[in-house]
Design a protein around this ligand. Sequence first.
Ligand code: ADP
Ligand code: MG
Length: 496
Amino acid sequence: MLARWFRSVFGPPIGSGGNDMNGLWQRAGDRMRDELGQVGYETWIGPLNFVGHQGSTVTVEAPNRFFRDWINDRYMSLMRSALSAEAGGQIEVRLTLGENAAVAPQQQRPVNGHANGNGHANGNGHANGNGNGKAVAANRATPVAAPRGDRHPTLNPRYSFAEFVVGSANQFAHAAAQAVANQPGEKYNPLFIYGGVGLGKTHLVTAIGHHIYASSERPRKVLFMPAEIFMNELIGSLRRDKMNEFREKFRRVDTLILDDVQFLAGRERTQEEFFHTFNVLHAERHQIILTSDKIPREIPGLEERLRNRFEMGLIADIAPPDLETRVAIVQKKAVLENLRLAPEVAMYIAQSVSSNVRELEGCLTRLAALASFDGSAITVDFAKNALQDLVRNSEAKPDIETIQKTVADFFHIRLTDLKSKKRTQHIAFCRQVAMYLCRKLTDSSFPTIGEHFGRDHSTVIHAYNLIMRRVTSDSAFRLSIEKIERELKSIRANAA
Ligand code: ADP
Ligand code: MG
């Protein structure tokens, strides 16, 4: 049964290289890119080779031992959940070494980047060193196992309060998180944390989970779940007629952390179910913790009764960190990675990436990986060299021409038609989408965008408002738009 379902999602089993299977890996890759940021994705996921699957276990090959250990440590659960979410069922991941990558066990060093035989051991083509492990010796002290006794067994062990750097931009959210961690279910229920991508929301709410789990006499039952997985599980339970089990699972917990609730937008059935779950937990004074990229009021397609619930407790925001905090974060991460980093290098990285901690972290781990390949010491020059393109690229915005071309390709129409005066419904609609994206993703004014389409600014404003309304009210449409945005992101990344 499972095998049949699996085949229908993945195509034929190992070795046959079915397209569906590659498609799944690619879609899961998109998810991981969203999660890790472009830099992190290119550094860690890009070099992996998707070998195939057997039953519901997927085999992925790492280019060397350094990668394998690193990924096992940090990205395994991400990879598992991205694949599971895309496949619509639980997927296990087996991480193996590439054929030529074997080194003696216990040897904590990468092998030659060339030796993996898949031609992309490192996403940038200039880091293939002799693999003698000098950098590991130079930059990485012997890894020390983190004390895990005070951590929840399945939550991300690195997302603790101790590893969270407090600055002015996240001070309030941090204080709120600590208050809830110390008195779950009593003071602020629910706690709602919102802020932009990669600013530490998941880290902070996970830290609450660890603390609640570890600080009571009996381990409290803490359940962390991305809202999207909640939705997938709900759909699965409905399909299999297992709703009682589903309800039990959620209503038995002491603390429920639902991450990225903006995903509930427009999902009526999921919202209804969550509404009831929420009420049961809340009535019994069990702690509910929510994160989102927006405040409840601005989540499109969120039912009012649920919005009211979300606003009942405490709402705290996380803003992008200032320079000082960014330096502190880089330094802290370097210590955690046992990476020796000169202060001026930390400053360089912090100055280069301003808006997203995940990208910041990605730069750091990329440096560690590159240095490990060619045995260099991490100096400012080395960092500049290694990160130059990525840094510029991660902050760059697409231009109007690129958006026009991408939208035309996406909808399979000619670029000249997109820019023409043609008024057929489909072409006019594609044009409106392109105008909307130009306004959203570039700094260009309405009149400037108009010029690129041979129209005046009022046409662009009209198009923008029209598409924005639809994005807000129609979740399937929004997904298509997000797909185009992802496409644009990857074009920028590949251009670097
Ligand atoms: P979000 O959920 O807001 O998108 P995450 O919580 O996933 O962001 O954070 C992205 C990465 O940045 C994580 O690896 C996290 O540890 C790190 N990070 C974010 N903010 C901080 C901080 N203040 N201190 C330490 N690490 C942080
Ligand atoms: Mg998150």
